[in-house]
Design a protein around this ligand. Structure first.
Ligand code: CP
Length: 323
């Protein structure tokens, strides 16, 4: 997410809205599907995923992009000792994008770096890298937050409560960085002491002179939050000797808390969830997480058209419709 700036975020926001609107008509859907049929995307997912995988794949379908996937290391020649770099270079021979999720931090950058000087330096889209980054999730989270506050003065100046395993949650790390583009916004970083936000993110927030508070309390912050972003325990990152709890009951949002939330509070979660987000909340109008999930395909489609320059065709089609 360090590659982004406010202009980019604003453009993707606008483009996401336009792609959503265009796709509502049959004519519009056919226009989008005809945009990039000569493009091919590799979905290289070396960690489990339901929604990121599906939303990227659906985004490709919306734009007519053909997809292939490698979702199981045992079917890749990496098991025969091929290096990660050679695997990436092989994908670049056949595809126009690599969309990758990897358990190791920094591997998306490493993939981009190894293609830099090759004859096919195709884009790498990071779909989640270790405990480090989930930049496209942050893009759709910002989109969802902005939509939620469209009639409440926008995202600027709002208080966002991030709660749960902030140390190992890559979604909250990426989102914290993108939020700094919205002046006057305050972050409350609420977690058990052992899982508080890492120092590199805190230093980034200091550098950007962001208003934030680190707290090991949760319930007390609920009444002041304009948005609550829950996260689960990321115990897939446990090491053999150091096993974390399966849930933090005191960092759980339950139906009985709804009465103390602001009327316009946006309740979010990148999903999947466990006990930290009570399913009894799902039907409350402030629960935005299913919408947040669905926004993924539109935001990711917008991103892919932007990096290939096809956003200009979409903008031009839209301005013709709006004439
Ligand atoms: N939010 C998210 O990254 O979900 P998946 O792990 O299901 O892709």
């Amino acid at each position: 997410s360090q590659q982004f700036d406010r202009e980019f975020i604003d453009h993707i926001y606008k483009l996401t809205n336009i792609i959503r609107s265009i796709s509502k008509s049959k004519k519009g859907s056919l226009f989008l599907q005809g945009l990039m049929p000569h493009y091919k995307a590799m979905l290289y997912f070396m960690q489990p995923s339901t929604r990121t995988y599906l939303s990227f794949r659906t985004a490709c379908q919306i734009l007519g992009i053909q997809t292939s996937d490698v979702r199981d290391a045992s079917i890749s020649s990496e098991v025969k000792g091929e290096t990660f770099e050679d695997t990436i270079r092989t994908f670049s021979s056949y595809f126009n994008f690599i969309i990758m999720r990897h358990p190791k931090e920094g591997y998306a950058e490493q993939a981009a770096y190894c293609l830099n000087n090759s004859e096919r330096p195709i884009p790498i889209l990071n779909a989640g890298s270790g405990k480090d980054q989930h930049p496209t999730q942050a893009i759709l989270d910002i989109y969802t937050l902005r939509r939620s506050f469209e009639h409440y003065g926008g995202l600027e100046g709002k208080t966002i409560l991030l709660a749960g395993d902030l140390l190992r949650g890559r979604t909250v790390r990426s989102l914290s960085k993108l939020i700094t583009f919205f002046p006057g916004t305050k972050l409350i970083l609420s977690s058990p002491e052992k899982f508080k936000m890492a120092e590199d993110v805190i230093s980034f927030l200091d550098e950007k002179q962001m208003d934030y508070e680190v707290s090991n309390e949760f319930i007390k912050h609920l009444p002041e939050a304009d948005a609550i972003y829950m996260t689960r325990v990321q115990d897939e990152h446990d090491t053999g000797s150091d096993k974390s709890e399966k849930s933090f009951p005191e960092f759980s949002l339950r139906a009985e808390h709804l009465s103390i939330l602001k009327e316009h509070c946006a309740i979010m979660h990148p999903l999947p969830r466990r006990e930290e987000l009570d399913s009894a909340i799902d039907n409350d109008p402030r629960a935005k997480y299913w919408r947040q999930e669905r926004n993924g395909m539109w935001a990711r489609a917008a991103l892919m058209t932007h990096i290939t320059g096809y956003d200009k065709k979409i903008m031009s089609y839209w301005s013709d419709i709006c004439k």
